[in-house]
Design a protein around this ligand. Sequence first.
Ligand code: GTP
Length: 737
Amino acid sequence: MGKKRIYELSKEIRVSTKKIIDTAKNKGIDVTNHMSTLTDSDEKTLRNILGKKSNHHSNNSKKPSDGHHNNKPMNSNNGKQQFNNNHKNTSQGKNTSKSNLNNNFKKGKKNKKKFNKRNNRHNRFAGMYTKNQRIRQNHKQNKAPERKERPLPKTFVYTTGMNAQEIGKALHREPAEIVKKLFMLGVMVNQNVSLDKDTIELLAADYGIQAEEKEVVNVSDLDKFFEEEENNTDHLEDRAPVVTIMGHVDHGKTTLLDYLRNSHITAGEAGGITQAIGAYQLKQNDKSITFLDTPGHAAFTAMRARGADITDITILVVAADDGVMPQTIEAIDHAKAAKTPIIVAINKIDKPGANPNHVIEQLTGYGLIPEDWGGETIFVEISAKMGTNVDELLNMILLQSDVMELKANPDQNAAGSVIEARLDRGRGPVATLLVQQGTMHVGDPIVVGDTFGRVRTMMNEKGQNLNDATPSTPIEVTGLNDVPEAGDRFIVFDDEKTARSAGEERAKEAQMEERKKNNSVTLDNLFESIKEGEKKEVNVIIKADVQGSVEALASSLQKIDVEGVKVNIVHSSVGAINESDVALAEASDAIILGFNVRATSQAKEQAETDKVDIRLHQVIYDAIDEVESAMKGMLAPKYKEVITGEIEVRQLYKASKVGTIAGGMVTSGYVNRDSKIRLIRDNVVIYNGELNSLKRFKDDAKEVKQGFECGLTIENYNDIKEGDVVESYKMEQIPVK
Ligand SMILES: Nc1nc2c(ncn2[C@@H]2O[C@H](COP(=O)(O)OP(=O)(O)OP(=O)(O)O)[C@@H](O)[C@H]2O)c(=O)[nH]1
C-alpha cells in the first residue's frame, strides 16, 4: 500500500479534507473524497501548497462528514450521516478496489448460486451471467481499464423503490449496465421502473456487495439522532465529567462555584472572565471537569424533564453547622431521580459550630453512607470560603468519573443539550450549549430544539472564541434563528438544508404539541395508562404539614394493592408545594399529593402550564382512597348540581299533539333549552326530568332570562298545574382542586 489517503494527510497537516480535495482538483489531481489515495508525488505537491499553514484551517478541519471515515463504517445506526454521505463513503480506496472486486466477485458467485437453486426458471440467464462476469473479470485483471471505472461501494445503502437510474448513480455504474444486469437476472425493466427490495438485494449480491436498506429518517426526530450519536460506541475517548452542585439555601453552592471559578480558571486574554455562561470547565491535574451553574434544583429537573440528562455527578453541599435541611433532601431526591452519583461536600468546616460527623450521620438516613462506614458515597469536608480541601473534592470528582468511564466520540457530528438561552440585543439568539457527543465546529449547520441555523460564533466561558468544541465542553453560540429552551437537545447536521427543514418541521410539531398538550399523568387518566400498559409504577410526590403525615401517607400509599401496579414515592417532604416539586413531578411523571398544605402561586401556575396534577386533601384516608380508586379505574368524575333559574307557571294550554304547554315567567336566573328541571309544587318535588321544548312566543329559544316570559313542555310529563315552579339546573363537573 504505502499510499496516503486524503484524510490521513488531513490529519497530519491539519488541513480540512475539503480544502485538500479542492486544492488537489485545482492541481488536476484525480481525487473524489477523503478516502481517495494520493501518489507520492501528488502528496508532495499538496504538502508543498498546504503543509506550511498548519493551523490555518483548524476551524473547519474536521467537518463531521469527514469525521467518521476512520471509525464508522456505513451502518444503519448511522442514519443521518448516511443520509447525506452515502455517496461520499461509497468509493473505497482505488488501489485496493481490484482485489476487493475479485473477492466481491467470488461472493457474488456464491450468492448467485443460491439464487439459481431458488429460481431455476432463470438458469438460462445465469449461464449468460457467468460468461458476462468472466468477461468483466478478464477485463479487470488483464488490462488496466481505459476509462477508469469508479469502484463499487462496499455496502449499497438503498431504499425500496429505487430505479435502475438511481441505483446506477449510487453504484457508479451506467444505468444501462444495471438494466442489463437485471435482465441477466431475469428481471426485465427499463431505467425508470421502481424495484422491490428483493430485486435490489439480488442485484447487489450479483455485484458482490452488501445491500442495506436505508432507514427512512424523520429529520425532525432529534431525539433519535441524539440517541444514535449517544449510543455510538466507535472511537470512544475519555471525556470530562459534567458536575452539578446542589444543596440547601446558604449552604455554600455559590461560594464553591465562585471559588472554583476564581482559583482554577486562568483569565482569558480579554482580561478576566468576561462571560458568565452558566457553565464552565476547569482543569485539575491536567484533566477537565465541567461545572454547570444551574440556579436551582427546579432548573436541574426542568432540564431533565425536557430530556436532557446532562449531569454525570451531583455535588451535594451540606453546611457542617446547619446539617441536613429540606432542600438537602430535595436535592438528594432530584439526584436520585436522575440516577447520578452523589459526592457529598460537607462545607463550612472552618466555622466554630461545624459538626461534620453529625451531617454524615444524618445523611446515612438517606442512603448516603461513607466508604469508611461500609457505604459507597464519597464525602469530602471542605471550606468553600477558605478553599480548604477543594482540590481534594476535585480529585474525588475525577476519581468518580474514572469509575464511571465517561466516554464520547469526538469524531462525529456534535450533539448535546442547551444549558440556557436568551435573546441578546446585539447578537440575536445566544445559547449556552453543552457538547455531549462529537465535535462542534464554527459553521456547522445545527438544529437546537425547535430552532436552527449555522454556528456563527462559538465562545468559551472566558469569552475566547473557539473553532472546535469537543465532548463535555460548554460553549456559547450564536447563529440560531430563534431562542431555544434550556434542556432542548441539539444536533449538528451535514448540510444546512436538512437542518433547516428539520428545524422548521420541529417548530411546527412543537406548535401542534402545545395545542394538544394534555398527556401528563393525572389521576383521571392514570387508569387508562395502566390499562394500556404504559404504567407499572405510579409516581407520587407527597407534601404534608407535618412529618408524621408524610410518613403515614407514604406508607399507606405503598401498601395499596392493585395488581401489577405499585406506588413509587419520588419525593416527600414537609411544606407547601413549590415549583421544585412541580418540576420534579413533570420530570418523573408524578402526581403531587398535598396533605393539609397548599401550593404556592408559582407552583400552581407552573402546574397549570406543565399539566401536573396536584391533589389537595385534609383527610389522609381520602388521599389514599383517591389514588387507589384511580389505580383501579374507579375514579368517577364528581359532579355538583347548580340551579340556574326558576319559572313560575302562570297559564296552561293543552295541545293534543304536544301535551301540556306551560306558560310562565322566569323569576330568577335563566333557563336553558337543555336544562334539567324539577317540578315543584308547594315546596315538594313532584317530578324530575328534562325539558322537551322551550319557546319565546312562537319561536324556539335556547335560553330565557329572568324577567321574560316563556312557554315550555316537559319531556314525558303533562301533569303541570298553575302555580307550579319549574326549577332548572345543570350538573357541573367539580374542577380538580
Ligand atoms: N465560614 C464559611 N462561610 C461560608 C462557606 N461557604 C459559604 N459560606 C457563607 O455562607 C453564605 C451562603 O453561601 P452561598 O454560597 O451564597 O450559599 P448558596 O448555597 O449558594 O445559597 P443560595 O444561592 O441562596 O442557595 C455566604 O455568606 C458565604 O460566605 C465556608 O466554607 N465557610
